[in-house]
Design a protein around this ligand. Structure first.
Ligand code: NAD
Length: 512
């Protein structure tokens, strides 16, 4: 069923300057939504509207805002299957994973509804008598949030829920290819009773978004930029925010390593590599990039990994499959480019490569009209290879080997990303040595590189982000600013550091 979708600003439909057609990647002849795109001026206007609405929203007591978050959670829960089906239809994510993604919104709401009654400040002792010190968390103002479409609802909720709870207004710019899923989620959020203008959704292309953001930052209507997407665009958005003395929340790409020690449970490692390498057709920010496997178990691992991949189901994402199609034509085009990075020293351990078609089928599956690609295991990747160094968003996993754990850690850090990582070992010493040495923000032990929980900090370092963290209590620092207050009720001017009582110690004292 095709939908017509436009931006909503201050509760009203906004002007349309262009169009985008969101297609079902499993059957590209099917239109999921026709999307009216806004221009830079509309983006900036949305930020002005949000600024107006934010003042009143910030005055709503935090526990009451928490109740609104509770309502959002219940609304999402009640509509979970419908929303998940739409996610599957629009981006080809297997239904079970789509349902899990929707569940993550509910978990996020469940966490933050209580934060409305917590949002603690502190009372702090003063160095002077008759003086009280306090800290408060203040909302920042307006958050402009730009998101990718591979997690079209869960990842945006990591911004929207805490931002709203903390008393901010939001302008959300979702990815074009996931517009219908985003719009459905927006409807569920606003059904909670959020006042008009507190949450706005703007559909726009990348260039217009950048220009709109630049205008809004210049006008002083945006106090926080949240960006989830590629490292390349994140760098530009981060620079722009920096010019306005703001530190954006940047959640970017990954080249996530999995180290397999000789003492690892290989069956478990194969299962983890399969899920994190090829689930969502390798299009998670936390997807497995390179398996770094000890030389003594290398051959056996590659053989078992290839066998497991061969047995995995790839096909209609509405069914019970490991992976469906690529998200959108843009990703299929880029993935075909990644395949050109294969070199003669690489050994494809998985069989066919390229698009699944009648002439290049996967068993009896010919891909039909979908953007389906053969999943690829590439053995023999080397540290200088593009396949080793760069994010290859799609169903391709490299394999290389190592001799010592130190060497494995060096290899794991070499690409310079730092989002997620994993080690398979039965030795606690190896696990902790790896944790210490790895530059990633997230470390799994005997688990895949994917799989965030809503109350654990999520985020990366290096090319994966600027150290900001989402989820749990840690994200509160993105959406509030600490304010300190001192209140002197002594009736006189007491000067800090100068009018402080001194208690003289006898520092020459020594035990007999
Ligand atoms: P992208 O960077 O192309 O686009 C992300 C968003 O930015 C979209 O909404 C897009 O319209 C917008 N955009 C594009 N150009 C822009 C510009 N110049 N200025 C402002 N906005 C612009 O990313 P993508 O290809 O859609 O998504 C995949 C990438 O996102 C991968 O690299 C993946 O690893 C990353 N990702 C990271 C996380 C995380 O939490 N770290 C989560 C999901 C995806």
């Amino acid at each position: 069923m095709s939908r017509q979708i436009v931006s909503v600003v201050g509760g009203k439909e906004a002007a349309v300057a262009g169009t985008y057609t969101s297609l079902n990647p499993a059957r590209t002849g099917e239109v999921v939504a026709r999307v009216g795109l806004a221009d830079a001026g509309t983006f900036a206007a949305a930020c002005r509207t949000a600024k107006e609405a934010q003042r009143e929203w910030a005055r709503v007591p935090a526990p009451v805002r928490g109740r609104v978050i509770a309502s959002i959670g219940r609304l999402v829960e009640a509509n979970a299957e419908r929303l998940a089906r739409l996610v599957t239809e629009e981006i080809g994510k297997p239904y079970a994973e789509a349902l899990g993604e929707v569940r993550e919104i509910v978990d996020t709401c469940d966490f933050f509804l209580g934060e409305g009654r917590r949002l603690y400040g502190q009372t702090v002792p003063s160095e002077m008598p008759d003086k009280n010190l306090f800290t408060f968390r203040n909302p920042i103002g307006v958050a402009a949030v730009v998101t990718a479409g591979n997690f079209p609802v869960a990842v945006p909720s990591w911004y929207l829920v805490p931002a709203l709870l903390c008393g901010n207004a939001v302008v959300w710019k979702p990815a074009e290819y996931a517009a219908a899923s985003a719009e459905a989620m927006f409807r569920l959020f606003t059904a909670s009773g959020l006042p008009d203008g507190v949450l706005n959704i703007v559909f726009a292309g990348g260039a217009d978004t950048f220009d709109g953001l630049e205008l809004a930052l210049g006008e002083g209507t945006v106090q926080k930029v949240g960006f989830t997407g590629s490292s390349e665009v994140g760098r530009k958005v981060g620079e722009l925010a920096g010019r306005h003395l703001q530190s954006a929340c940047l959640e970017l790409g990954g080249k996530n390593p999995m180290v397999i020690m000789p003492d690892a449970d290989l069956d478990l490692a194969v299962e983890g590599a399969l899920f994190s390498g090829f689930g969502t057709a390798g299009q998670r920010c936390t997807s497995l990039g390179t398996v770094i496997v000890h030389e003594s178990v290398h051959d056996e691992f590659v053989e078992r990994f290839a066998r497991a991949l061969h047995a995995a189901d790839i096909g209609d994402p509405a069914g019970d499959v490991l992976a469906g199609p690529l998200l959108d034509q843009k990703f299929a085009d880029r993935y075909e480019e990644f395949l050109t990075w294969l070199q003669p020293h690489h050994k494809v351990a998985s069989g066919n490569v390229g698009r699944i078609t009648e002439d290049n089928p996967r068993g009896d599956f010919d891909g039909g009209e979908g953007l389906y690609y053969h999943p690829v295991i590439v053995d023999g990747v080397q540290p200088g290879d593009r396949l080793f160094l760069e994010e290859t968003f799609g169903p391709i996993v490299g394999v290389t080997s190592f001799a010592t754990l130190d060497e494995a850690i060096e290899l794991a850090n070499l690409p310079g990303y730092g989002l997620s990582s994993s080690i398979y070992t039965t030795n606690a010493k190896h696990a902790f040595r790896f944790r210490e040495g790895i530059s990633a923000g997230m470390v799994s032990v005997n688990n895949s590189t994917s799989g965030a929980e809503a109350h654990l900090p999520f985020g990366g370092n290096g090319k994966s982000g600027n150290g900001s963290r989402q989820s749990g209590m840690w994200v509160l620092d993105q959406f509030t600013r600490w304010q300190s207050m001192n209140w002197d009720h002594s009736g006189r001017l007491q000067k800090a550091q100068m009018d402080v009582a001194e208690i003289e110690p006898d520092l020459d004292f020594r035990l007999p």
